[in-house]
Design a protein around this ligand. Structure first.
Ligand SMILES: NC(=O)c1ccc[n+]([C@@H]2O[C@H](COP(=O)([O-])OP(=O)(O)OC[C@H]3O[C@@H](n4cnc5c(N)ncnc54)[C@H](OP(=O)(O)O)[C@@H]3O)[C@@H](O)[C@H]2O)c1
Length: 303
């Protein structure tokens, strides 16, 4: 989702940039020799590293071995090979789950490694911290500008709609769409519906990433978010409005809520001149349009 959005942005607004792209079939980033060959052959000037094994809470909790091992290997292979081939600028994508479970809200950059992580996504978070720190160490040791961005929860075109392993917005959007199609009177949400979360439209993140690459001296890691949050129940109602679903929402309070509030403090990236532009209502409409087109074409991502 992120890589495709960055490509759309660069192709439409920076035609001078020559993109070097490979599908996963052509380049498995967990294989060091393949990654090294790719960098030696192509020698790019800059890298935006948007590849990862990604998933929601259930996927993270069910497959911690893959989440840690594949993500660490991909990050180390890419960062090391990029440096060996002379890449001067490397932007690694982390996630706000790198911050400790009880870090003060809103989440600020200095909270990294200040106390234990949330256990459900610890494996993924550890892999992201390895990538972030390796970039920081390359910068310190070799003066190459290797740095990281920590996006909040993302949504937008090309998201993964796996029925159990997807993130909040694609998961809700799919269930509410299916409830509409099946005339189901109620959609049941996990938990109390009260936890508050922050969401960023993926094209806003793409602008942030390209912006960060233009800064001479970016921070080692920086949050990318809106600084605004919404409750899960309110989010579900907004999605229902977007989809045209007129049923009601039930709450399964036997399911865990997670932390009551999670959002970033984006003041550091705001101070560098980037701001999000796409409001949630607008972003949901664009996302639903993309969802419907993919269903019609039979290429909705759900693995
Ligand atoms: N989505 C979010 O809410 C969110 C929030 C914060 C941070 N992020 C970060 O943003 C980045 C992009 O996430 P995304 O949402 O765009 O995820 P995505 O759509 O799943 O994109 C990740 C890409 O990495 C590829 N990939 C996975 N393993 C690979 C391998 N071994 N070799 C080559 N390619 C491989 C995937 O290929 P396949 O499609 O073939 O699996 C996929 O195309 C990730 O670093 C993620 O941690 C995402």
């Amino acid at each position: 989702m992120v890589g495709a959005s960055v490509c759309r942005l660069l192709q439409s607004q920076h035609p001078e940039v020559e993109l070097v792209l490979r599908s996963r079939q052509d380049l498995d980033l967990t294989q060091a020799s393949q990654v090294d060959r790719f960098f030696q052959e192509t020698k790019p000037d800059a890298v935006i590293f948007a590849a990862a094994k990604v998933g929601g809470i259930l996927a993270n909790a069910s497959f911690p071995v893959e989440f840690l091992s594949e993500n660490v290997r991909m990050a180390i292979n890419a960062i090391e090979s990029a440096h060996r081939s002379g890449v001067q600028r490397f932007l690694f994508l982390g996630s706000t789950c790198i911050y400790p479970k009880h870090a003060p809200q809103p989440l600020c950059e200095p909270s990294l490694l200040s106390s234990p992580l949330e256990s459900t996504n610890e494996a993924y978070a550890l892999a992201k911290i390895v990538g972030l720190k390796l970039c920081q160490y390359y910068r310190t040791q070799f003066k190459a500008v290797y740095h990281s961005a920590m996006p909040t929860n993302l949504y937008g075109p090309g998201d993964n709609y796996h029925p159990e392993h997807s993130h909040v917005i694609p998961g809700l959007l799919r269930r509410i769409h299916e409830a509409k199609v099946q005339n189901a009177p109620t959609v049941t949400l996990w938990g109390s519906g009260t936890p508050r979360r922050e969401f960023l439209y993926v094209d806003d993140l793409a602008r942030a990433l390209v912006h960060l690459l233009t800064l001479d001296s970016p921070p080692d890691w920086i949050n990318v978010g809106t600084g605004e949050e919404i409750s899960i129940l309110e989010l579900a109602k907004r999605i229902a409005k977007t989809v045209g679903y007129t049923g009601t929402f039930g709450l399964d309070t036997s399911k865990p809520d997670g932390t009551p509030l999670k959002r970033t403090d984006p003041s550091l990236i705001f101070s560098t001149g980037w701001n999000p532009k796409i409001e949630l209502a607008d972003g949901l409409v664009r996302t639903y349009q993309d969802f419907l087109i993919r269903i019609e074409r039979g290429n909705l991502r759900s693995k």
